[in-house]
Design a protein around this ligand. Structure first.
Ligand code: SF4
Ligand code: SF4
Length: 665
């Protein structure tokens, strides 16, 4: 054993001990979160997602430039592991090499050379994007910038020191490359710079030490850096909700009589996964760059919400694990002191942040969790919600309407209720907007007429239907939401309902995906899906009209991003011959919210601009004479937007059912 080996072993043990100690602390801090959250089910589905999202970088590649840069850095890192391991093992035994792998050593050495260069180029491009082009979403505070540059430079040093070792390794061999080695770049640079192998040993050792010290320095810096995601993003992707639970609000146990609080006001009331989300945020800003609230200047930034969870964990958790009971930090809470109430109420639950986050962070779950605490524990919510909650409780709809009038829209249409005759093909779930909103009643009537023309044997619940619970649920009033959901399930199950159609994406999402949580299992379709099916099966036929119309289609978040229904409404519109369908810049999975989801329909815009104005501006830019929608909330918001621009004489907002009925034979 040489002096070098002894020094290395001491250094290695110290670095490893410190790293393990840091990781142990991170895990202990994560476990201060008391809410139970079992994420160990459906392992094959989780592994598949890690392969596509983490190793395939599928989400990052939605942005081809930034995605490709990150792809190179990520895979470079993965492939360097052999080089790093080889260097570490040389610390224990200097002549060590993976050469014994024979021909397998060829890809290992080739990859080091090729990816070494690619990673350096990718890092230069990253720095240019951040500091020359100043990409807006990458704009972080000074501390964040220093952290980003430190990490990027450390990676460059790892690459350069790896090249240095390889170049002098080749020089040491008198530029003779062994049969199972392939180092084209290192050999070329070596041959260019040196004519002989004289003095190659010392530079090799210097680069070796730089490499080792940087690798272990990097490793030990990670737990204290935003680049902690290097360690946590793969576990976070693995533990993200499985498909059946993803993008759904999970139930609260309201029967626990000893519960001191509901939802979360601080990190210890959250779950370990919510803390892991905080650890995993790379501060890339993808979420905030697509957030409708942030776009129009409201204080909400989904990145800040997640970074605040991490900051609060860093501040509070060490005190908790060390049983410190007196500190100013403990007098604060995550909600109010780090995250303001207005940030939480600004969220439309559009899910754009969740869709874009490359490390599968679940922002909406945490936002609704904190809203639950405000509503159910603190009874602290915007005044306008008082009437909404009261109305839902007494009138079974967020608006002040009489439940007895719920089925008035169907007067004279010869539509039977389930109570009158439950023998039917499908139940038509009308929803509160369809029942009471004078504009949306026309949509409901149009869709009912289409079903009648197609000879569909449908029924409605009439006055037995209640609000689906979505608004109350997203606003944090789980108590009220569960009351509505359970009442509706009782009614639906009483009639043995199996199949439901609805024109409201919020009803669709709740009935199809969230009613299951309380024993309501139904096959639910959105009216856009049923209309497409009726057209495809020729149960309805369209005529050729002369007058051409330019139409743009607005994606409802709860239909598109939440449930992947993008093509059916478009296919229906494409079936109408006189319609020329034009897309807005932000469409499909990148569609921009109308501003009404998550209960925002019933909240005032107290700060920033208006989301519906931003979306209407984009719709009007297409030059369309009709904005097509497939959601009552979207219709209201876009109609208001069009009125705001005084364009209501020339641009109409119509539901796809109305456009189909206008063109039906
Ligand atoms: S769900 Fe939509 S509104 Fe809410 S934070 Fe995410 S992007 Fe913003
Ligand atoms: S939450 Fe996700 S998308 Fe947002 S900054 Fe963090 S890593 Fe990026």
């Amino acid at each position: 054993m040489t002096i070098k080996n002894i020094f290395f072993i001491l250094f290695f043990l110290a670095a490893l001990t410190f790293f393990v100690w840091s990781c142990r602390n991170l895990i202990r801090y994560m476990l201060v979160a008391k809410k139970k959250d079992d994420r160990f089910d459906k392992i094959p589905e989780r592994i598949k997602r890690v392969l596509t999202v983490a190793f395939g970088q599928s989400k990052l590649l939605r942005d081809p430039i930034a995605g490709s840069i990150h792809f190179v850095i990520f895979w470079g890192f993965m492939l360097f592991l052999f080089a790093v391991l080889e260097s570490i093992l040389q610390g224990f035994y200097s002549p060590f090499s993976f050469k014994f792998l024979g021909p397998l050593y060829i890809p290992i050495t080739l990859v080091q050379d090729v990816f070494g260069l690619l990673v350096i180029i990718a890092i230069v491009l990253s720095l240019i994007r951040r500091f020359v082009f100043k990409v807006k979403r990458l704009d972080v505070d000074r501390e964040g910038k220093i952290d980003a540059v430190t990490i990027l430079l450390l990676i460059v040093v790892v690459c350069i020191s790896m090249f240095g070792q390889n170049i002098f390794h080749v020089a040491k061999q008198n530029f003779f490359i062994e049969p199972n080695e392939l180092r084209p770049i290192s050999s070329a640079i070596g041959a260019l710079l040196f004519s002989s192998n004289s003095n190659a040993d010392i530079p090799f050792e210097i680069f070796w030490w730089i490499h080792i010290v940087t690798v272990f320095g990097f490793l030990n810096y990670l737990p204290y850096s935003k680049h902690l995601h290097v360690l946590t993003s793969i576990p976070n992707t693995f533990f993200a909700n499985v498909n059946s639970k993803r993008n759904t609000i999970q139930p609260l146990n309201l029967d626990d009589e000893n519960a001191e609080y509901f939802g979360s006001s601080d990190i210890d009331q959250m779950s370990w996964k919510q803390i892991l989300d905080g650890y995993s945020c790379t501060e890339c800003g993808r979420c905030t760059s697509v957030c409708p609230a942030a776009t129009v200047g409201k204080s909400l930034s989904p990145r800040k919400i997640i970074v605040d969870i991490r900051r609060r964990t860093k501040d509070k958790a060490p005190l908790m694990v060390n049983d410190v009971t007196e500190s100013e930090v403990l007098l604060k809470t995550l909600v109010h002191d780090y995250i303001t109430d207005s940030e939480l109420w600004a969220c439309t639950t559009c899910n754009a942040c969740v869709q874009e986050c490359p490390v599968m962070i679940e922002h909406v779950d945490s936002i609704v969790d904190m809203r639950r605490n405000l509503v159910l524990t603190e009874s602290n919510f915007p005044n306008s919600l008082n009437n909404v909650f009261k109305s839902i409780e007494t009138n079974f709809t967020p608006w002040v309407f009489n439940q007895a009038d719920r089925a008035n829209w169907a007067d004279g249409m010869n539509i039977k209720t389930m109570a009158e005759d439950s023998n039917c093909e499908i139940l038509f779930w009308v929803g509160c907007a369809g029942s009471f909103d004078s504009r949306y009643r026309k949509v409901i009537q149009a869709f009912a007429l289409i079903m009648q023309k197609a000879n569909i044997n449908f029924r409605i619940l009439g006055t037995e239907e209640k609000c689906n619970g979505d608004t109350a649920r997203r606003l944090g009033n789980e108590y009220l939401a569960q009351m509505m959901m359970k009442d509706n399930i009782e009614t639906l199950n009483k009639y043995g309902v199996k199949k439901i159609v609805t024109a409201c994406p919020h009803c669709f999402h709740s009935l199809e995906r969230e009613y299951k949580q309380f024993g309501g299992n139904y096959d639910v379709v959105h009216h856009s899906q049923l209309i497409e099916e009726l057209l495809n099966s020729n149960r309805i036929k369209l005529k050729n009209k002369e007058d051409k119309s330019r139409v743009t289609y607005h994606d409802s978040c709860y239909l598109g991003r939440y449930n992947n229904v993008y093509e059916e409404p478009r296919n229906t519109l494409k079936n109408i011959k006189n319609i020329d369908l034009v897309e807005m810049k932000r469409n499909k999975s990148r569609g921009f919210c109308c501003g009404a989801g998550g209960g925002r329909m019933f909240l005032e815009d107290e700060e920033g601009g208006r989301i519906n104005i931003e979306r209407t501006t984009e719709a009007l830019k297409t030059g369309a004479d009709t904005i097509a929608s497939a959601c009552p909330f979207c219709m209201t918001m876009l109609t208001d937007g069009v009125k705001q621009f005084e364009k209501n004489e020339v641009v109409s907002v119509k539901d796809i059912a109305e456009l189909v009925l206008e063109n039906i034979n």
